[in-house]
Design a protein around this ligand. Structure first.
Ligand code: GLN
Length: 283
């Protein structure tokens, strides 16, 4: 059977997904280990049986809801092609707003120390490393598998200014940082959102801190002052309805100049605060 016919059948099988037609192309290109443009150049090619079988397995997995990024093992974030496995959250577009907020704080030629807590695939840390090559970036994750994957992604992009450490939030860090960023788990364990879409296949640890959705954010806000330089900044991603709660937690831990930014869909998504330093803490 020719390529075009395989593609038509897969499009039909995936028609229940809004991006089904595009997904069929991505999966076929992946099965053929070729770029998508290959499909347009060779629509009448007869697929070798073992490639066809591979493609059908991918389509079947996708029909069962498995995220496309876990099937292809990759996802682009901030123009970086990242290797992705079910050990990590699939990087979201809204998290690019976290990178943007961080970059606004760091001058292009700064030689600062930056930290990313709960790095997962390394997406945020690697985007910062790419954009601020003079900075020294330290990323942590409690999952050994995530730490290994993030290190492999750093090597893959030859980003030598990133070090990945295994451990909870700030625990593996030494010294002080000008900026700390994090996209921690912030979905409540009983939120029905977790039973939908890609979330069903993602590691629970990366999505939810348990019953209290603010647990991880609170832990980070309490640990960060011990690792920030005076006037250093903490920037956090959070749920669209959590802006006010996050601002309160930041204020409760002594942060000042607290601000919330919206993501590209106009939802409160990123909150940040400045740590005035120990001296101000006692005034
Ligand atoms: N924004 C993600 C979602 O809604 C969750 C990311 C996270 O918990 N850090 O699926």
């Amino acid at each position: 059977m020719i390529l075009r016919r395989h593609l038509d059948l897969a499009r039909q099988a995936l028609a229940h997904n809004t991006a089904g037609a595009l997904e069929a192309e991505i999966l076929l290109a992946h099965a053929l280990e070729s770029p998508r443009s290959f499909l347009y150049a060779h629509p009448d090619m007869v697929l070798p049986p073992e490639r066809a079988e591979r493609f059908h397995k991918y389509v079947e997995r996708r029909s069962n809801g498995e995220p496309i990024a876990y099937i292809t093992g990759s996802r682009e974030f901030w123009s970086l092609e990242l290797h992705i496995t079910p050990d990590v959250l699939i990087p979201r577009h809204e998290t690019e707003s976290l990178v943007e907020a961080a970059l606004q704080k760091v001058p292009v030629d700064a030689c600062w120390r930056l930290a990313d807590l709960g790095t997962g695939s390394g997406a945020v840390a690697l985007a910062l490393a790419r954009e601020r090559p003079e900075c020294e970036i330290h990323a942590t994750d409690i999952s050994p598998a995530a730490t290994e994957l993030a290190s492999c992604n750093a090597k893959r992009h030859s980003l030598m200014n990133v070090s990945i450490h295994c451990g909870s939030w700030c625990a593996p860090l030494n010294g002080r940082f000008s900026l700390i960023v994090s996209n921690p788990p912030y979905v409540a364990a009983d939120d029905p959102h977790l039973d939908t879409g890609d979330c069903r296949f993602e590691p629970g640890l990366a999505l939810t801190p348990g019953k209290d959705p603010m647990k991880s954010i609170s832990e980070i806000c309490s640990q960060a002052p011990g690792r920030l330089e005076p006037n250093g900044c903490l920037i956090l991603e959070h749920g669209a309805s959590q802006g006010e709660a996050v601002r309160e937690i930041l204020a409760g831990h002594g942060f000042v100049h607290i601000e919330t930014r919206k993501d590209l869909s106009g939802r409160e998504r990123i909150s940040q605060g400045q740590w005035p330093g120990e001296l101000n803490e006692s005034t």
